[in-house]
Design a protein around this ligand. Sequence first.
Ligand code: SAM
Length: 215
Amino acid sequence: MRLRNIAGSREVIADSNFTVKDPEKKKGLWKKEIFGNNNELHIEIGMGKGRFLMDLAALNPNINYVGIEKYSSVLLRAIQKQEQLFLPNVKFIRMDAEDITEVFAPAEVDKIYLNFSDPWPKDRHAKRRLPSRQFLGRYDQILKPDGVVEFKTDNKDLFQFALDEVEPAGWNLDAVTYDLHHDPVMNEGNVMTEYEEKFSSLGNPIYKYIVSRKG
Ligand code: SAM
């Protein structure tokens, strides 16, 4: 998702109390300094306009949520929504997730969500895909030993790629569905993302996996 450049979006983000500036300075300190509690920390990478993250945060006030988004024009929409909701357990970072290990310490994160990640269809761009083995290697460095990655998409090729990456990256496939909305077990408590609502309304099945690191 990349919206038309919105004049002033970088300034709004810089001034917002909901975004964390210089996030690498908070490495290892997210719970204590940013949220002031010892609750679990869940992050969404490629959050878009933040609907999923904020809906989850409203449902789970005892979990801390950090949304990560690369583009200012998109993050601005999430900030505008949070200015109305004022959820105390939500913060945002504008950054490229390639640098995620600079921002979170080993075992600092309890869960990672990837939703409708950009497909990067060219083979030579495979390592930019958020469920690639290169990214799983980064997630490995910040997740708790029993932490999980949950990934949803309607893109069949990207999902097959993601499944193929699990074993070589040294992860376990804990659960998988090729039609989330008709899977009574995996769909229980499902919170829809913006893209999920859009593509499922067109009749596309939604794929989902949950993976964890090998012990
Ligand atoms: N997760 C949302 C949803 O499901 O509605 C948005 C999906 S949108 C297709 C993917 C989002 O991921 C875009 O907003 C894009 O800017 C962001 N993104 C892609 N690669 C990223 C990266 N390396 N770091 C941070 N954000 C990224």
